[in-house]
Design a protein around this ligand. Structure first.
Ligand code: AHM
Ligand code: MG
Length: 293
């Protein structure tokens, strides 16, 4: 199965091919790099820098990709005609999501969003988004405006295993980031309700945790913290692509007040609270955050 837009298909094929190499290249790149921080002020692992260089080189040279941006680089790379004009897109990437899990050898991911507009762009200008999950096997989920599909990746190829991924109606799993003492009172009250209804599944890599929600239904959230009112995750590289994927699969996304896809971006590296999952759970979340405790 191919994606109907040729530029989008090229991007997806390139990520597919690269994912196998990224997975193999993790060996020997689990160390942090002294004095290196990403634009969000976080320590970088050797694998973060390497995966970004590999994807930047390959994605920026695709005809029809006008901008490449990544969580690991301060500046947007201009590499073609301005996105928005003549079938040119901007690609925003989190090359290695959850890379602190390299130390403990747990799941990680790669995330990409393909925007029809110049970065920073609203999530509702995404034409496709996807993620790779490096679990016991490597899988990829791709959302377009037509459908959400899941693939198994092997040897640089992808094999379709589900061409219509939808969130199960009866939610089972939840995972919330940040330390409980740093949560706001309103979010803590909501979390207490949810933990009495659903099963905790939190592994410290958003992609692993979101894939639990995609598989079993439920909610993933990284909320605003008392110490970090904008939360931890980034809108362009994480919030928008995941919000788009979950919404296309029949679920909902929110920054606590509105769909992530309608948030007006001001900066490529801006952070946002991120919530994705079943509609009903997201509605309750937004109602709870409005209340005072
Ligand atoms: P990263 O993309 O720099 O690895 O950071 C994002 C990760 C998410 O995958 C995950 O949900 C979150 O950070 C975990 O943060 P914490 O360690 O605070 O639970
Ligand atoms: Mg990330």
């Amino acid at each position: 199965m191919t994606v109907s837009d040729p530029v989008v298909e090229s991007i997806v094929a390139t990520v597919t091919r690269s994912a196998t190499e990224i997975r193999q290249g993790l060996v020997g790149r689990r160390n942090t790099v002294d004095d290196e921080e990403n634009p969000s002020g976080e320590t970088q692992f050797a694998a973060d820098i390497w995966a970004d260089e590999l994807l930047a080189e390959r994605l920026s040279t695709i005809d029809g990709v006008g901008q490449y941006a990544s969580e690991e680089q301060s500046d947007v790379l201009e590499c073609g005609a301005a996105p928005g004009s003549s079938d040119t897109y901007a690609v925003a990437v989190d090359p290695l999501d959850g890379s602190s899990n390299l130390t403990s050898n747990n799941a990680m991911g790669s995330i990409f969003g393909i925007y029809a507009d110049s970065l920073p762009a609203r999530g509702d200008t995404l034409v496709a988004a996807g993620y790779v999950l490096y679990g016991p096997i490597t899988t990829m989920v791709i959302a377009t405006d037509e459908t959400v599909s899941e693939y198994e990746l092997s040897g640089g190829e992808r094999r379709l295993i589900d061409q219509d991924v939808t969130l199960p109606e009866d939610p089972v799993a939840y995972g919330f980031g940040g330390r409980v003492p740093n949560w706001t009172d309103t979010f803590e009250a909501y979390a207490r309700e949810i933990e009495s209804e659903l099963k905790l599944r939190y592994g410290g890599a958003m992609i692993g945790d979101v894939n639990q929600v995609m598989t079993y239904g439920g909610i993933f959230g990284y909320p605003a913290l008392e110490s970090a009112p904008q939360g931890k995750l980034r809108l362009q590289f994480e919030g928008n692509p995941i919000g788009y994927i979950v919404e296309q699969a029949g679920g909902a996304s929110s920054d606590g007040e509105q769909s992530l896809l309608t948030v007006e971006p001001t900066d490529v590296h801006q952070r946002t609270p991120v919530f994705v999952g079943n509609d009903g759970l997201l509605e309750r979340l937004e109602a709870s955050l409005e209340e005072s405790v």
